[in-house]
Design a protein. Sequence first.
Length: 246
Amino acid sequence: MRNKGLQDEATRLASAAGTAVRYRIGAVNGPILGGLVRRITTNHPGAQVSTHASWSASQLGDLVLSGRLDYVLVGACGDAPPATDNGLAWRVVAADPVFLLLPEKHELAGRDEVDLAELAEAQWVAAPGDGCFSACHAAACAKAGFTPKVLFETEVRGAIDLIESGDAVGLCQATLRPMAGLATVPIAGAPLHWRQMLGWLPDGSASGQAGQVWAYAIEAYADAVRRNERYSAWLRRHPDYKGPAL
C-alpha cells in the first residue's frame, strides 16, 4: 500500500505540473538497472525514461548535480560512502559479499567457498572504478597473509577475457549472472562487501519520486538474487548475513 501511495503522489505531482514524470537514471555496472527500468515503464506508461552508463560514480554524481540526471545507481565498498558523496541523498538498496570470479576449469571453481590465501600465487585483474575497493582488496589479502602478485586493470570485457583464458582471477558482485566459461565462488569468511546505492538531489525535482524508485530498485535487486542460484545457496547457508551499513 505504501508503494501505491507513493506512485499516486508522483502521478499527482506530474499532472499538476502538466508534464510527464521524468526518470533519467545513471548507473555503474550492477544487477538493478534492467529490473528498475522495467518496473518504471510498466507502472508509469507515460513516463519519460532514459539511462546513462559510466564506470565512474563520481561522474554520474556530477551529472545529477548539473541537472542532467535524476538518479544514480552506484556501488560502494564496505561501509565507505559512495565515491560521489557530494551532497546527494542516498538510500542503500542492498549489501552483498564479494565473490571470486574464476575460469570454469580452475581447480577451485567447484568449491562452496575458497579461502583467499589459496590464491596467494594468482594474478589478479580488475575493471577501472573509483572508490576504495582496490585498497580493501589489498587489505583482505594482507589479512590472509599475502600481497597480490599482479593487478591488471582493463575494461570489463578485457577483464573477463583474462579470467576466462586462465591468465588471471578476479572479484565480482555476488549477484553476477552465470557466464559461460566462468564460475563465481564465495570467499570464506566474506572479507569483502559491496553495497548497491541509489542517489538523487534532495531538493531536486526528482526527490518526490525517489521513495518509489528506491522501492522498485529493491524489487529489481531481489529478482537478481533469485536468478542467481549460487548466491541464493550461499544466502541459505548464511541466513544471518546482513552486510555493512544496513
